[in-house]
Design a protein around this ligand. Structure first.
Ligand SMILES: NC(=O)c1ccc[n+]([C@@H]2O[C@H](COP(=O)([O-])OP(=O)(O)OC[C@H]3O[C@@H](n4cnc5c(N)ncnc54)[C@H](OP(=O)(O)O)[C@@H]3O)[C@@H](O)[C@H]2O)c1
Length: 323
């Protein structure tokens, strides 16, 4: 089968289109014929091996142990390993296989049945592949960590990227009043996704003299944690799920300390693949409550080009590889 293989950490130049053996499903696994694979920052970090901690996820400190990237996969079950009860050949499925060693940038991939859900009806393979990691991150950040309740004021920082576009829609679906922070070129898009207010980060500062928010999800960008704290309403919650390393580490290290003073809670989200959350995302996609915003699709052989585009960190929604 064709696959995009890398054997050393580096730039997209190290990605090679190769012919490799088709995997065989082990006990409890599905062999899935891949139709589309959504790219995430996790793939980008896994490719570069930077920061160094990203190498733990790829299982190799000097070189990647898992040599095929791609976590968010949509495809059709080709065969099942022994003991598989939930799926059968011919089922269309989607899932986040990052916990099972990645491997979606290939014509076939094997992963345990527990990471897959049925692909929502009426949703294309590309749209399904765009959703798992980003939508589940947004869901866990808003609903679980953020404890979002109807009527609350929610600010999404970095609202126009993969996580952000799902976060805007999920916050609106949970009946929050959404303010999206993004650049001017994406203002109309995030309004169409459900944002009531839009702040252009190049011209306005959400942390100065504006309204205060019950929940802030920092999906991307880079602002000091003190700015986010200032923008919280009394009793408000700040969750950082992404952005610059400084932004993330301030959430991890300073968030718990700042939470001890006053009634504002601050911290980070380490989202985990969760098949129940994936099923929720699937239901919402099927009903049209949320949709995947796809910026660009690339064929498998142009994967390096897709990574180069993603590295610029200005994708509008998701970048997807069609296989
Ligand atoms: N915590 C977790 O478990 C978890 C899970 C998934 C992802 N993540 C992290 O989440 C982050 C975002 O991932 P993603 O897939 O959404 O990334 P992405 O799609 O590559 O983000 C691109 C978007 O970010 C926006 N952006 C760039 N600079 C910005 C700034 N200074 N302020 C506001 N927005 C800015 C861009 O908008 P403009 O073009 O308009 O500037 C663009 O739309 C990454 O750091 C990733 O590592 C974390």
């Amino acid at each position: 089968m064709k696959a995009i293989v890398y054997t050393q950490y580096g730039s997209p130049d190290v990605l090679q289109l190769q012919e490799v053996a088709r995997p065989l499903p082990e006990k409890g696994e599905l062999l899935v014929k891949v139709h589309a694979t959504g790219l995430n920052a996790a793939d980008r970090l896994g490719l570069s091996g930077q920061p160094f901690i990203a190498r733990l996820a790829m299982g190799g400190l000097r070189r990647p142990k898992h040599t095929i990237l791609g976590a968010d996969v949509a495809g059709v079950v080709e065969a099942v390993g022994s003991g598989v009860t939930t799926f059968r050949p011919g089922d269309a499925v989607f899932g986040d296989i990052s916990g099972a060693g990645f491997g979606g940038l290939a014509e076939y991939v094997c992963a345990p049945e527990g990471v897959w859900a049925l692909k929502p009806e009426g949703v294309s393979f590309e749209q399904a592949a765009a959703a798992p990691m980003a939508a589940v991150t947004a869901l866990q950040g808003l609903r679980d960590k953020g404890q979002l309740r109807a009527g609350q004021r929610v600010l999404i920082h970095g609202a126009s990227g993969g996580v952000g576009t799902f976060a805007v829609q999920i916050a609106a679906a949970l009946r929050g009043e959404v303010t999206a922070v993004c650049s001017a070129r994406n203002a109309d898009m995030v309004r169409a996704l459900g944002a009531t207010h839009v702040i252009d980060y190049a011209r306005e500062d959400f942390a100065r003299n504006g309204p205060r928010y019950d929940l802030i999800l920092a999906a991307n960008g880079h602002r000091p944690i003190g700015d986010y704290r200032r923008a919280l309403a009394p009793g408000g919650v700040y969750v950082v799920s992404g952005g610059s390393m400084t932004q993330i580490f301030q959430g991890i290290l300073l968030g718990p300390v700042l939470s001890r003073f006053g009634d504002k809670r601050m911290g980070n989200l380490a989202a985990m693949p969760n098949v129940d959350d994936l099923a929720t995302v699937g239901e919402w996609l099927e009903k049209g409550t949320i949709r995947s915003v796809i910026d660009r699709c690339y064929p498998l052989e142009k994967t390096a080009e897709a990574f180069r585009y993603l590295e610029q960190e200005h994708a509008r929604g998701k970048v997807v590889i069609t296989v």
